[in-house]
Design a protein around this ligand. Structure first.
Ligand SMILES: Nc1ncnc2c1ncn2[C@@H]1O[C@H](COP(=O)(O)OP(=O)(O)OP(=O)(O)O)[C@@H](O)[C@H]1O
Ligand SMILES: [Mg+2]
Length: 509
């Protein structure tokens, strides 16, 4: 076998019940290459990685590492083979410190009776240094933001000194600066001869960072090419088997001032995270909220739906003041919220798809004695998930059996189930493949056209620019300005978000 080959996967099959997740996949990883794996939601990318990490056993097929046939029985054995895995979904312990999380594998293996916490912290600090020097190893994991948790997950994998590193959508939860830091690390690992498998839905990252790209479709191997010999459009075409238009749906144009005001937010303040936020959301408009990580965007919108404390502020729905002190109040007012953190407030992994979709308003699917009808639950779930092209083996299957992107679609179907008049979405297309993304953008626009008011937070600037009718930009908890019409450009948003300029003539307040 070629000296350059680090790992060779041949004709791997894997099914989960009736779902054929992988059928006859071949994959070769060379020494010191960054090899992208691309494919639609549910194509089998994570399943293939879990087979490499020993989490799943293939039904058939062979794996060779450095020329030797191996059977990888579990993650510990994968570690022994030098394989490190950064999971798509964060799999850390929320209630212990960052240091303990990073050292988990070492603690597991150590034969000692006592743990030397000082040493743990020191190792953790060293692992965090290149990727997130600002994180204190002594902090509890659940005190960190999603992006920080993702950085800890990466630091943990780096601590293992692996020679094959798997990164399953690592940048989905990272800011641009954090992603840049990760890319620098990837390039330096590559220089050291370490091989990296890189999964992402972002073509730009694949084409800028990777050497080769393998495309999977419906569990089958489609192609492997040097990125220099193919193009983003070609890769997308192979992923979805059809042409994709990258066009955003047509915007609402006209003066929002003439439209009915659905929601007015006055003087919304939480001393630490955001101060004196004032804005109006109109019927049928998509309002973007942009800003750098830590600008207070997520906390601010959470405060609107009773999920984050406020020290001051009023909400008016169609001109009438309402009290929203918890999420129940918010739902009763028709204000639905899609969390950026699927695990926290998005979906219940152990519950069925149908159960998740109906959970916000059980009254809709139960009879007058309060008994839930499985049939109406499933009918509702099928109707709502169909328009999102959810890929599943049935509405009765647990959400944990879905691919990451399909879990996100369930989270979206869940908020649609209450027929909201206002929808607040934090990173709606996180982990969603290029084709489904276009469909979700169209869905959001369709909802707006039907009279729903939509607030969208997104770290992807092209999405903000392409989708939103107005964009409010926050900087360090302050409302820095609002852009509309042709003023909505990436440059203007960046200027405002970094606090360099302000817009005058805010039509809000
Ligand atoms: N534990 C499981 N039980 C049942 N089905 C599963 C399980 N894990 C994955 N599947 C199914 O296998 C298929 C491939 O899923 P996988 O998670 O590998 O997709 P993916 O390519 O990583 O997608 P995404 O981009 O959404 O993360 C999907 O149809 C999924 O529902
Ligand atoms: Mg996946």
């Amino acid at each position: 076998m070629n000296q350059d080959v680090m790992m060779d996967i041949c004709n791997v099959h894997k099914s989960f019940g009736a779902t054929q997740a992988l059928s006859g996949v071949n994959f070769t990883l060379r020494k010191g290459e960054i090899h992208a794996v691309a494919g639609e939601n549910g194509a089998g990318k994570s399943t293939l990685m879990k087979i490499i990490d020993g989490i799943h056993q293939p039904d058939s097929g062979t794996i060779h590492v450095k020329g030797k046939p191996v059977v990888i029985k579990g993650p510990l054995q994968a570690q022994d083979l030098g394989i490190g895995f950064v999971h798509q979904e964060i799999v850390l312990c929320p209630d212990v410190s960052v240091a303990e999380n990073i050292n988990m594998a070492l603690i597991n293996r150590s034969q000692k009776w006592f743990v030397d916490f000082g040493a743990l912290k020191a190792t953790a600090k060293k692992c965090l240094e290149p990727i997130a020097p600002h994180i204190d190893p002594g902090q509890r994991l659940d005190s960190l933001s999603i992006s920080e948790q993702q950085l800890v997950e990466i630091a943990k994998a780096l601590s293992l000194k692996c020679n094959i590193l798997i990164l399953d959508e690592p940048t989905a939860a990272l800011t641009e600066t954090e992603s840049e830091a990760l890319f620098a690390i990837m390039q330096s690992l590559k220089q050291q001869g370490i091989s990296i498998i890189y999964i992402s839905h972002r073509m730009a990252e694949i084409f800028e960072q990777c050497d080769r790209v393998t495309v999977l479709r419906d569990g089958q191997w489609v192609s492997t090419d040097a990125v220099s010999e193919t193009s983003p459009d070609e890769v997308v075409r192979r992923m979805v088997g059809r042409e994709i238009s990258h066009l955003y749906p047509e915007k609402f144009f006209g003066d929002p001032g003439n439209l009915e005001v659905l929601l007015e937010v006055r003087q919304l303040t939480d001393e630490n995270r955001f101060q004196e936020i004032n804005f109006k959301l109109h019927k049928g408009e998509i309002l973007g909220v942009a800003g750098l990580m830590g600008a207070g965007r997520s906390e601010m919108v959470k405060a609107i739906c009773g999920l984050h404390p406020k020290t001051m502020g009023k909400f008016l729905l169609k001109g009438e003041e309402v009290r929203i002190s918890d999420y129940q109040d918010s739902i009763a007012c028709g204000v639905a919220y899609l969390s950026e953190d699927r695990k926290e407030t998005g979906v219940f992994l152990d519950l069925s798809i149908a159960g998740n979709v109906s959970v916000l308003k059980l009254g809709q699917v139960s009879n007058r004695w309060g008994v839930i009808s499985k049939t109406s639950e499933q009918t509702q779930a099928s109707r709502l998930t169909e328009q999102l092209r959810l890929k599943s083996a049935g509405m009765d299957k647990p959400v944990s059996s879905l691919s990451g992107g399909n879990q996100q679609k369930v989270a979206i179907a869940k908020i649609l189930s209450i027929n909201p008049s206002i929808i607040i979405m934090d990173e709606p297309t996180r982990g969603i493949d290029v084709g489904a993304k276009v469909e979700i953008h169209q869905l959001i626009r369709r909802l707006a056209n039907e009279g729903v008011g939509v607030i969208v937070i997104s770290s992807e600037l092209p999405e903000v620019v392409g989708l939103c009718d107005r964009v409010m930009v926050m900087h360090q908890g302050q409302q820095q300005g609002t852009l509309s019409g042709a003023d909505i450009t990436e440059e203007n948003i960046i200027q405002l978000a970094s606090g360099l300029t302000t817009t005058t003539g805010l039509e809000i307040a």
